[in-house]
Design a protein around this ligand. Sequence first.
Ligand code: ATP
Ligand code: MG
Length: 238
Amino acid sequence: MTFLRWVEFDADLPTDGYPFTLPVVAALRAAGRLRLDPRVTFLTGDNGTGKSTLIEAIAVAAGFNPEGGSVNFRFATRSTESPLGRYLRLVRSPGKPQTGYFLRAESFYNVASEIDRLGVGRGYGGRSLHERSHGESFLDLATHRFGPHGLYVLDEPEAALSVPGCLALIARIHDLVAAGSQFVIATHSPVLLAVPGALILRLSDDGVISEVDFDDAEPVALTRSFLADPQRFLRHLF
Ligand SMILES: Nc1ncnc2c1ncn2[C@@H]1O[C@H](COP(=O)(O)OP(=O)(O)OP(=O)(O)O)[C@@H](O)[C@H]1O
Ligand SMILES: [Mg+2]
């Protein structure tokens, strides 16, 4: 089931200040809209190209707490979210997600605290996420709290995960997609990008967003080339 089909950007988006001056925001203003895959969309691109800015805006427009959590989370430890979410419209399919989560790598700790505060830990494998390692708690959440017909917006989930952890997440995503869930994920992980059939969007430094194949995605191509001959890269670095 598709929940989000397109993200549409107002032509009258402001032009001053962060995030409106980012090349990717200018490109989206010009393009007017961004297509999302009914199942899994990845945002890739170098550091600072605007993936987190865009993914947070999509999450906010979808009704999530800007710092993360389910749509019921309303905690705020700081207010640094960009106002971009107010200027985009999500074109949705009929039907509402039955569940969902927005997770940012930086604020997972605060999400775990909120889960403890709400006393809903049992839904997450029975233990406080603070008593689990970063990766264990992330996988607890994906295993016990992510469910069918959900919308999941994730920023660098691999930050918590080992390579086997990434493979476990791929399996979970695969099952949840088969059960009608949709994912939008910012990632640098060449492993995670292997989710079958995913739409991979590349954000470039000049703001251009293009659809790329798995083999052409930079995390995949560059990691592959590095691992084939690390010394060749290191000679250029030192
Ligand atoms: N609150 C803010 N105020 C001003 N500039 C910001 C703010 N947050 C991010 N930026 C800038 O906006 C640009 C895009 O940041 P963003 O976090 O979206 O990048 P990213 O693609 O997610 O990068 P990374 O791969 O490192 O996570 C960066 O140049 C960053 O310095
Ligand atoms: Mg980021």
